[in-house]
Design a protein around this ligand. Structure first.
Ligand code: FMN
Length: 216
């Protein structure tokens, strides 16, 4: 596996607010592994992107809130993003979906064409993987290029020794996932996809007034 070059900038965000979050631990490891490939890493947590529940009236009166502006700016400053998210009730955390909804209001739409990798950690035996499948839906709807492989850490409360995964084979799999993702994102930076326009509601009949095509 060849390493992606140092020009890559990766935004890594842990989607749990908890100080002792297992997902934050996994995000920190992802940031470390990405950094070891030579990429520049911007590690964040949801605390930095506090937003109220999406409200169209609030948006009309005050625009998009600062938390979503900050999230958009961190995305815009990177070539690729990694979301490390808990699974809540078989799906993604509501706070994360709410942040995605607010951020999707910017034009050009910030997720369109952006490469993303999804990871999760949970004490359960499926490691929060169902939440990641749910998370693919809004991201892919928004035109993000979500990496086919995902990494879900099962029994995460027992998986760490200090700040690292204690299982060496699992750590090797983790490294490979991060490296493969960064290699694809790096290749895409040189060979951008020909798709140029993001259409908010696929299949909507074209016409003024109902068109939601973001061609930027
Ligand atoms: C509201 C809620 C719902 C949860 N639902 C699930 C679930 O569906 N699947 C799962 O594996 N864990 C579930 N958990 C347990 C979380 O995976 C566990 O608390 C995990 O440590 C949270 O992530 P964090 O450590 O990064 O904060 C849930 C926890 C909460 C608080």
């Amino acid at each position: 596996m060849t390493s992606p070059p140092a020009s890559m900038k990766v935004f890594v965000c842990a989607a749990s607010l908890r100080a002792e979050s297992l997902n934050r631990k996994l995000a920190a490891l992802a940031a470390r592994v990405a950094g070891e490939t030579g990429a520049t890493v911007d590690l964040a947590s949801m605390r930095e992107f506090d937003v109220p529940i999406y409200d169209g009236d609030l948006e009309a009166a005050h625009g998009v809130p600062d938390g979503a502006k900050a999230f958009q700016a961190r995305l815009a400053g990177s070539n690729a993003f990694v979301i490390v998210s808990p699974e809540y009730n078989g799906s993604m955390p509501g706070g994360l979906k709410n942040l995605i909804d607010w951020t999707s209001r910017f034009r050009p739409q910030p997720f369109d064409g952006r490469h993303g990798l999804l990871m999760s950690a949970s004490p359960s035996m499926v490691g929060g993987n169902r939440g990641l499948w749910a998370l693919r839906v809004p991201f892919e709807h928004l035109g993000a290029r979500i990496f086919p492989d995902m990494f879900s850490l099962s029994a995460a409360h027992k998986a760490f020794a200090a700040d690292d995964l204690s299982d060496k084979a699992l750590r090797a799999r983790f490294d490979k996932t991060v490296q493969a993702f960064l290699s694809l994102a790096e290749a895409a930076a040189h060979y951008p996809c020909m798709k140029r326009a993001w259409v908010e509601f696929l299949g909507e009949p074209p016409g003024q007034g109902v068109d939601r095509v973001d061609a930027a």
